[in-house]
Ligand binder design. Structure first.
Ligand code: GDP
Ligand code: ZN
Length: 347
């Protein structure tokens, strides 16, 4: 078959898919208008997206009802709205009658103050959660943490503009063999604007302080496998029924279960957004520009080197090296920067 023929067939197929998509959208809009005419939708109000089921979202009313519990409803999403993700705030109308099939309607997405993104399987960045206030980077004595790995998480957090914190879990495992190393490792961070919290999920030591930190806004936990994220999150959420756990059923496919994020209210205050994909945050590729800008204390010196293509190693007139000599940049963070840059080049 010639190349041209194939292309024409592909074009035809794409056009057909597009037509079907438009027909579906028209049909949905018709159902929605009908519901509005029949008065089966309540007044417009603001809500929070708890989970995204693909074509529908689970929305929670921000207005508490008389029993003090939140109204939650699955909703259609008007076709003029860009993708909704967990954590989005929306303007919506709850279903009050039958004609909508009990489905509410989301009419608009409110502005996001932050976005967490990750690459899809084609490498394009996709937003997976919105309106997050803090990223807790979990580390532990075991598996052994490395400075450059911690810094890489911090850089990834810096690209989002969301406040990162370090959470040292498993402090019950600290003893004379690892104490000095951990203190040395974590020493620079508070001065760089990254608070360090300590916790033992096992003994509960440090839990009060963590709960205080989580009590305001929305948090996510990230970090390498084995540091105790699952144990910690399960401990924070009472009973497994806190989880919606029906994402795959809703879509009829298993694929969404691995990436769909869910929002949880913590009993002690604050919200948590979690998904396996979110826990992997920071592990994907970043550009050299993102990398150097993610070292917050390097920023005042970026662009001030004598050579535009300076590698910040042994070039004369390097503003980064001069900052290092003056002590405005620590050797530890410089080593880390060069190490990560090297590994990015080899990825
Ligand atoms: P994840 O991969 O980050 O989700 O880590 P897991 O929650 O699966 O935990 C990995 C291992 O660390 C499990 O065997 C947990 O029981 C253990 N673990 C988690 N938190 C603590 C802790 O505070 N202290 C100790 N000693 N072990 C912990
Ligand atoms: Zn330089």
């Amino acid at each position: 078959m010639s190349k041209r023929k194939l292309n024409r067939r592909q074009q035809w197929r794409i056009a057909k898919i597009q037509q079907e998509r438009e027909a579906r959208a028209r049909k949905k809009e018709q159902t929605l208008s009908q519901a509005e005419e029949e008065g089966d939708l309540g007044a417009e109000q603001t809500g929070l997206v708890i989970a995204n089921y693909g074509t529908q979202v689970l929305v929670e009313s921000e207005a508490e009802n008389q029993e003090g519990s939140e109204l939650r409803q699955r909703c259609h999403v008007r076709s003029n709205i860009d993708t909704l993700v967990t954590g989005d705030r929306v303007a919506w109308r709850p279903a009050t009658g039958e004609s909508t099939g009990g489905l509410g309607v989301v009419g608009a997405r409110l502005q996001r103050h932050s976005e967490l993104q990750r690459p899809d399987r084609y490498g394009d960045m996709k937003t997976v959660a919105a309106n997050i206030d803090r990223i807790l980077i979990v580390i532990a004595p075991y598996p052994e943490p490395f400075a450059n790995a911690i810094d890489r998480y911090l850089v990834a957090a810096e690209t989002t503009g969301i406040q990162p914190l370090l959470l040292l879990n498993k402090i019950d495992l600290i003893d004379d063999t690892n104490r000095a190393h951990l203190e040395e490792l974590l020493r620079p961070y508070p001065d760089l604007g990254y608070p360090v919290l300590q916790l033992s999920t096992k003994t509960g030591e440090g839990l009060e302080q963590l709960l205080d930190t989580l009590a305001q806004g929305t948090s996510v936990f990230v970090g390498q496998s084995g540091v105790g994220k699952s144990s910690l999150i399960n401990g924070l959420l009472p009973g497994t029924d806190a989880r919606i756990g029906e994402l795959s059923e809703a879509t009829g496919k298993g694929t969404h279960t691995t990436t769909a994020a869910e929002l949880f209210h913590l009993p002690s205050g604050g919200d948590l957004i979690d998904s396996p994909g979110i826990r992997e945050f920071g592990l994907w590729h970043m550009s050299e520009q993102e990398l150097i800008e993610g070292f917050a204390e390097f920023r005042p010196f970026i662009g001030h080197c004598r050579f535009r293509d300076c590698r910040h190693q042994s070039e004369p007139g390097c503003a980064i090296q001069e900052a290092l000599e003056r002590g405005d940049i620590s050797q530890r963070r410089m080593d880390s920067y060069l190490h990560v840059r090297n590994s990015l080049e080899n990825e």
